[in-house]
Design a protein around this ligand. Structure first.
Ligand SMILES: *[C@@H]1O[C@H](CO)[C@@H](O)[C@H](O)[C@H]1NC(C)=O
Ligand SMILES: *[C@@H]1O[C@H](CO)[C@@H](O)[C@H](O)[C@H]1NC(C)=O
Ligand SMILES: *[C@@H]1O[C@H](CO)[C@@H](O)[C@H](O)[C@H]1NC(C)=O
Ligand SMILES: *[C@@H]1O[C@H](CO)[C@@H](O)[C@H](O)[C@H]1NC(C)=O
Length: 256
């Protein structure tokens, strides 16, 4: 549904240089390149633009998408381009050439995440520090692309995402010491997932940080409270963005 809307949008609007799709993935996760599933033109290619301007073929469409040399150990022939075990060198700009259609650009952002495991019912803290004295921009926290918390650094007004109402806060002294560590009270099993924390300023995301949070069973006794929790990691996630509003190219430079 979202992908469909986005495709229509791409067709009707002239895209500026920085236009295209941006995809966030956490390093080590697999990523599916958007639009590749819809392309059915034999000979279509997906290319990665390397630093310096040259490009390298990632996959080519025959009857199915086939990995190019250098990607065979991380990609299986498939109806869409899915790259397993992403790493930081996969980051950057990709071009999808499909028949006579205009080349589509995809910005892949590979983010290194930290992991935390929080017992159900306890509070989780997501560390974040930023220069707040200037009072510019907005501090945002998202979970699996949905808003968790937002703080307008100039007005100080906050908003909380659905399901997170009255559970999120930053310390009241954030303006003087720049400590934007987010506290999430009463962690529930459904809170597990990938949290992205960033500053949105001049339509660019900056200082992006990712935390993969797992939720372990509730603690019953003080002894259990001291014991290390062991849980399975959550499934990999992929995020797609509308880049009309946000300059990801700049953002990639800011966070790399
Ligand atoms: C992308 O953003 C533009 C500008 O805000 C908006 O008009 C368009 O509907 C958005 N597209 C999608 C798929 O959200
Ligand atoms: C990529 O990952 C998928 C799903 O785990 C797996 O089925 C496939 O064999 C992997 N391909 C390669 C080449 O590692
Ligand atoms: C093949 O692509 C589909 C989506 O088009 C994806 O769900 C599936 O995991 C992919 N399989 C492999 C082995 O990469
Ligand atoms: C949040 O707190 C306000 C004020 O105490 C209350 O009116 C509202 O119902 C609460 N919302 C939720 C979802 O708990």
């Amino acid at each position: 549904m979202a992908a469909h809307t986005l495709r229509m949008f791409l067709l009707i609007v002239h895209l500026p240089l920085v236009g295209g799709l941006a995809v966030d993935t956490i390093s080590g996760d697999r990523v599916q390149f958007p639009e590749t599933e819809q392309c059915r033109e034999r000979g279509a290619t997906l290319q990665h633009t390397l630093t310096g301007g040259s490009s390298q073929t990632v996959a080519r469409l025959e009857d199915v998408w086939k990995p190019a040399a250098g990607y065979k150990d991380r990609m299986s022939p498939n109806e869409s381009v899915v790259l397993n075990r992403t790493n930081i060198n996969d980051q950057g700009l990709y071009g999808l050439t499909c028949g006579s259609e205009q080349e589509k650009r995809i910005h892949l952002n590979v983010i290194t995440s930290s992991e935390k495991s929080v017992p159900e019912g306890q509070a989780a803290g997501f560390g974040f520090h930023y220069f707040t004295a200037g009072g510019l921009g907005r501090y945002r926290v998202e979970r699996n692309t949905q808003l968790v918390f937002e703080l307008d650094l100039s007005s100080g007004s906050t908003s909380q995402g659905s399901g997170f109402e009255n559970r999120t806060s930053v310390a009241p002294h954030w303006r003087s010491d720049g400590d934007l560590t987010l506290t999430l009270q009463g962690v529930k099993p459904e809170d597990r997932g990938d949290y992205f924390l960033y500053i949105l300023k001049d339509r660019k995301r900056g200082h992006l940080q990712a935390v993969r949070m797992r939720v372990s069973p509730a603690l019953n006794t003080p002894e259990e409270r001291n014991r290390e929790q062991i849980t399975c990691p959550p499934p990999a996630t992929m995020r797609e963005y509308n880049t009309t509003n946000i300059d990801y190219k700049m953002q990639l430079m800011e966070t790399s």
